[in-house]
Design a protein around this ligand. Structure first.
Ligand SMILES: Cc1cc2nc3c(=O)[nH]c(=O)nc-3n(C[C@H](O)[C@H](O)[C@H](O)COP(=O)(O)OP(=O)(O)OC[C@H]3O[C@@H](n4cnc5c(N)ncnc54)[C@H](O)[C@@H]3O)c2cc1C
Length: 375
């Protein structure tokens, strides 16, 4: 029997599996998802105080739709022979979907780098939560004032003193100028100190040294600067974009037998933009890549990738949230309203479980089901 193999059990991998199952219908096709863990990790929620709650058992999504889960880590993809090597075992594929996600870019030569904390993975977020648990009025340095660093800093502000450090001269540089004033006022409200045009030069026991020559107290230094696509992308092509992603066409195809989805895929969003490394794009990318991988084998027409309107929603802890719309990130909601939208998004990103009809219906719809996402 022909086989679709999906690498990754995050948003893109799970939705690829559901997309492939949707295209398969009652026909014969084996669909196998390879991921090392038993759980799908909802990475956008890892800044929360109890990150262990931000997971879903993979079997509750995959079993009802007849997708096999191979618990293994892929170390090699041989596109000439159409096999992947997972924990030393060769798995053949007819169509492959690479959905192995992204990872934090860690500093190479920083003295004390082994002491850094992060909220990039469940293990990292749990290590940080364990470190701070039970400590009253702790001091934390967050390195990187981008999306993740801002969410971490504002959440941690409820626990004590937070210093936000960034090489850039402004906070949220990549978010653009539109939401900056609202972000600045939230940081002021929460007492989050900023040290801009600055970086960390050493992490020691209970302190961080900064490039401005100062040394600050730190129970934890949280690194949140930079993301890069999983290294398996290099097994598909040598032509990766600046984030290490594979260029794909509007059907999300990279090679005749290989598709890419989620944080590994540089898919066209519109004439002027490429998708972002975000859950918002990983979900529809997965749905379309998985569908097309199976459709290709079954002689069913492919689907185009047509994502919904681009939005961002930043959680600012006790200062609420900011919801923006469009690539210029026009601010649509702040404060309690922004926070309520974030709460709804954090609920909506949970895939349906235990019910094949609901999972397949969601796979058939590339929009996240939110009341404020116009269709
Ligand atoms: C703290 C934080 C906050 C974020 N907030 C937001 C937000 O507010 N909005 C938003 O849209 N996005 C947000 N993101 C980004 C979002 O989480 C990612 O873009 C999204 O998780 C990408 O989905 P993915 O399936 O491509 O990858 P991932 O979710 O990273 O999943 C990758 C999967 O591949 C598996 N895998 C990796 N390597 C291998 C291998 N060698 N073999 C087999 N399996 C492998 C992993 O185990 C995992 O199951 C946030 C991310 C973080 C870390």
């Amino acid at each position: 029997m022909a086989q679709v193999v999906i690498i990754g059990g995050g948003f893109a991998g799970v939705w690829s599996a559901a997309g492939a199952a949707l295209a398969r219908g009652e026909r014969d096709l084996r669909i196998t998802l390879i991921a090392p863990g038993e759980r799908m990790v909802l990475r956008p929620r890892l800044y929360e105080p109890e990150p262990g709650l931000a997971t879903v058992e993979l079997r509750r999504i995959l079993d009802p739709i007849g997708v096999e889960h191979l618990r293994a880590t892929v170390s090699e993809i041989d596109t000439a022979r159409r096999v992947v090597v997972a924990d030393g075992q060769e798995i053949p594929y007819d169509r492959l979907v690479l959905a192995a996600g992204s990872e934090l870019v860690r500093p190479r030569d920083l003295p004390g780098a082994e002491r850094l904390f992060d909220i990039d993975t469940l293990a990292g977020a749990q290590r940080l939560a364990d470190r701070l648990r039970g400590r009253a009025d702790c001091s934390v340095v967050v390195v990187g004032a981008g999306f993740t660093g801002l969410e971490a800093a504002t959440e941690l502000a409820a626990r004590g003193r937070v210093l936000l450090v960034d090489q850039a001269t402004v906070v949220g540089e990549q978010l653009g100028p539109e939401p900056r004033e609202a972000i600045e006022s939230a940081l002021d409200e929460l007492g989050v100190e900023r040290r801009l045009a600055t970086t960390v030069t050493e992490v020691g026991d209970g302190y961080a040294a900064l490039s401005d020559g100062t040394k600050v107290e730190a129970d934890a230094v949280v690194w949140s600067a930079g993301m890069r696509a999983n290294r398996l992308t290099r097994h598909i092509t040598g032509s990766l974009d600046h984030l290490g992603r594979i260029p794909v066409d509007r059907h999300l195809r990279a090679l005749p037998e290989v598709f890419a989805a989620g944080d590994t895929a540089a898919a066209p969003y519109d004439a002027g933009h490429t998708v972002t490394q975000s859950c918002q794009h990983a979900v529809p990318l997965g749905k379309v890549a998985g569908y097309n991988a199976a459709a290709d084998l079954l002689g069913v027409p492919s689907r185009d990738f047509t994502p919904g309107p681009y939005v961002t929603c930043l959680d600012l802890g006790g200062a609420g949230g900011i919801f923006t719309r469009g690539w210029d990130r026009k601010v649509m909601a702040t404060g309690a309203h922004g926070k309520e939208i974030k709460r709804q998004i954090n609920q909506a990103i949970h895939p349906p479980v235990d019910d094949a009809a609901k999972i397949l219906a969601a796979a058939d719809d590339v929009y996240l089901d939110l009341p404020f996402f116009p269709r």
